[in-house]
Design a protein around this ligand. Structure first.
Ligand code: AMP
Ligand code: MN
Ligand code: MN
Length: 327
């Protein structure tokens, strides 16, 4: 991305003494890896730096070197010169850290989503929708800071890139993604072991849940819309936690006819969390935005009020009408 926003963010990080890097709710490898890499770099520069993740660190990301330092809620009395939202813009997706971000003397956004934000509220913005992962932008920021790329930082950034690109296979991968990955691998962060940590050290319950959910997947509009739902009963039957639905939607996208693939899960609170993927003809971000969410053209999310069957009917009807209108 352009040098100026990167340089501005780098300057602001250098001038701050105490920093907070915030992850989005339902955190993934990109928001966690990017925020942890930034916090580690800031600490290497002699600053006080925290990572805030309102929903903690899912078990599949427990191998990340900086996981112990992640806060689930703001520490009482903690004050920061700079608060940055990482892989997210919009205070409402920062969970318990929303107020800290709002009150920050300096609020920055480092992100690769289509922006939905409070324009006037953001002091500094390094956003690039062509980046495959926020970790790519963070890579440039750390380069501008001249922080040495140690194996820990490289591992965090590689995790962000690996998970947001579906292990380098999604259409968001660009030549630069490989150039950055090459440097990260040279620094000791090989993708193979990271893949193993994230995707191949699952509890039995994750595989059991996958089976239950896929066995009941549905289609309509001659296969253009493919979806599955996960109810509280499914979680109980499999003995699985909410975070264990991660990745299930990617199985639905493998259906050849699918223009839209959706996974809906009933949360503990009773609302319905939606993961939406499209083949590119439908704009996932635009659809998710209708329901108060957002994301990218081919991957987006939103949360609907329960009950599950009503949310399912509403969302699928919307997708069916869009899919039917396709030439
Ligand atoms: P997920 O289905 O949770 O993997 O999310 C897919 C993409 O959409 C990710 O890039 C998320 O960060 C983004 N996303 C998910 N939910 C929301 C939301 N409520 N608002 C904005 N972006 C979202
Ligand atoms: Mn993310
Ligand atoms: Mn991301």
């Amino acid at each position: 991305m352009k040098r100026r926003p990167i340089a501005r963010i780098a300057d602001a990080l250098l001038n701050a003494r105490s920093l907070l890097f915030c992850c989005h709710v339902n955190p993934d490898g990109d928001t966690l890896g990017s925020a942890m890499a930034l916090a580690r770099a800031a600490r290497l520069l002699g600053k006080r730096a925290d990572v805030g993740s309102s929903d903690g660190v899912p078990d599949i990301y427990r191998f990340l070197p900086e996981r112990e330092r992640v806060l689930k809620e703001p520490q009482p009395g903690a004050e920061y010169d700079l608060v940055a939202a990482v892989d997210v813009d919009g205070f409402e997706r920062l969970g318990a850290f929303g107020p800290a971000a709002r009150q920050a003397p300096l609020y920055a956004v480092i992100d690769h989503h289509v922006s939905s934000a409070e324009e006037g509220m953001v002091d500094l913005r390094a956003c690039d929708t062509s980046a495959a992962a926020t970790a790519e932008i963070v890579f440039d920021v750390l380069k501008a800071l001249k922080v040495p790329l140690d194996v820990e930082i490289a591992t965090h950034l590689m995790t962000g890139i690996l998970t947001d690109t579906g292990s380098f296979r999604f259409s968001n991968v660009r030549p630069r993604t490989f150039a950055i990955a090459e440097t990260l691998a040279e620094a000791g962060a090989h993708p193979g072991p990271i893949f193993k940590e994230v995707y191949e050290r699952r509890p039995f319950s994750t595989v059991k849940l996958l089976g239950l959910v896929l066995a009941r997947c549905r289609q309509s509009c001659r296969g253009k819309v493919v979806w599955a739902v996960v109810s509280r009963r499914d979680f109980e039957e499999a003995g699985a936690k909410e975070e264990e639905t991660e990745g299930i939607v990617n199985h639905l996208t493998t259906v050849a006819t699918a223009e839209a693939a959706v996974l809906m899960r009933e949360t503990l609170k009773g609302d319905v969390r939606v993961s939406l993927r499209t083949a590119g003809r439908l704009d996932a971000q635009e659809i998710a935005r209708k329901f108060g969410g957002g994301g990218h053209r081919m991957a987006a999310g939103c949360t609907l009020p329960g009950p599950l069957d009503r949310a399912e009917a509403e969302l699928i009807a919307c997708l069916e009408s869009l899919a039917q209108a396709l030439p």
